[in-house]
Design a protein around this ligand. Structure first.
Ligand code: NAI
Ligand code: MG
Length: 354
């Protein structure tokens, strides 16, 4: 996941976009953990989201986008998006992925030391991040009685995401001392043109990686088998919408959305974020689980080439998950702040050991 050059003796410039709802509560924790871990960085707080839209008329101000292009990486919280269409509003995270060409959405999901977590899960969902139904070309026809959405699948994007998946499978295989394994997810039996193209491109890439095992899975049976035997899977590569849905499902296997991070990765930049959204049902109460955001910070360290720092943060999180304190989503009653302090204490302890 190394997407940026390692800049020894330099300060990284990190964009910080808390966004809406619990994004405002968990993102500062991630920054505090990065500071504790010793990432040499300056942090630039940037605006985006629904609240920004309400205040300024733009969900993604030009200033935010301009500042990000001068950053080495970014950490994002979450934004609230209305379910109906609001004139002038578009989800800034989707716009950012497009504007910065962050074509791969990488979502690692691993067993947690929790009773509610399945055992033996260690998988990586590699979600195509720029096209599919997320091009958002939707229109009403027939006096509003017919809604049509365009689904775009291109050979270039499909090949590029498949290469990413196979490269990562190879790297994971080396790190774990076993053969890599990629599952290509599609629904080409029904969508034979669009998913047919995705499938053909991914299978062509698979030919270049004889050291990596490959399997195809229709998306519906993938959803089923993820519940049945999640420990069987390694890297799962999928078009945008299927990857989005499967990653929330996979999160439920290992302790929930409060735990799972993601990296939106391009070739020279990563914007990391929790998989969860702004959680309006618990926002403002100080009880959101900060772990997903802290783990996103670890992914940012890894993307910057700071693997040791990433490992320290992950180990600190694992310790706190095992011993507490835990937030309500994990069956505890701790506040966001209490969990944050416990993670930072562990980061400091692990740093002393080095
Ligand atoms: P959500 O992920 O915000 O929440 C789903 C459920 O999980 C809620 O019950 C929530 O309380 C719980 N949850 C999520 N994160 C948690 C955490 N860190 N700690 C404890 N509990 C947590 O998804 P939902 O409710 O479907 O969407 C809410 C808003 O978030 C919507 O406006 C949606 O558009 C937006 N959203 C934004 C995303 C982004 O910015 N990347 C991603 C997903 C949703
Ligand atoms: Mg999602």
């Amino acid at each position: 996941m190394n997407v940026a050059v390692n800049k020894q003796n330099l300060l990284y410039k990190i964009g910080v976009i808390p966004g809406d709802g619990i994004g405002q509560e968990v993102t500062p924790v991630a920054v505090d953990v990065l500071r504790a871990a010793g990432l040499p960085a300056t942090y630039i707080e940037l605006e985006a989201g629904w609240d920004t839209f309400q205040a300024t008329g733009s969900a993604l101000p030009d200033a935010t986008l301009a500042a990000l292009t001068g950053c080495d990486g970014a950490i994002f919280g979450a934004v609230s998006s209305p379910s109906g269409s609001v004139p002038g509003y578009a989800s800034p995270i989707i716009a950012l992925r497009k504007a910065l060409d962050l074509y791969a959405n990488l979502r690692p999901i691993r067993s947690a030391p929790l009773l509610q977590s399945r055992v033996g899960v260690d998988l990586l969902i590699v979600r195509e991040n720029t096209e599919c139904l997320y091009v958002k070309e939707e229109r009403l026809e027939d006096d509003g009685r017919r809604a049509v959405a365009t689904r775009v699948i291109t050979a270039d994007a499909s090949t590029r995401i498949a290469r990413k998946a196979f490269d990562l499978a190879r790297a994971r295989a080396n790190a774990r001392g076993r053969r890599g394994f990629v599952t290509i997810v599609h629904k080409a039996n029904v969508l034979s043109v669009s998913d047919g193209l995705f499938r053909a491109c991914a299978l062509a890439v698979a030919e270049e990686y004889s050291d990596v095992a490959v399997e195809e899975q229709l998306v519906d049976s993938m959803a089923y088998r993820l519940i049945l035997e999640p420990e069987r899977y390694d890297v799962i590569v999928a078009p945008n919408l299927y990857g989005d849905i499967l990653s929330d499902e996979a999160a439920a296997l290992t302790g929930g959305l409060g735990l799972v991070p993601s990296a939106n990765a391009g070739d020279g930049f990563a914007l990391v974020e929790p998989v969860h959204g702004s959680a309006p049902d618990i926002a403002g109460q100080g009880i959101a689980n900060p772990v997903a955001s802290v783990r996103a910070a670890a992914l940012l360290c890894a993307a910057l080439g700071q693997e040791t720092m990433a490992a320290v943060i992950e180990e600190a999180v694992t310790h706190v998950l095992a011993h507490g304190p835990r937030t309500r989503d994990l069956g505890g009653n701790a506040t966001t702040q209490a969990v944050a302090e416990a993670i930072i204490e562990q980061v400091n302890r692990l740093k002393m050991k080095d």
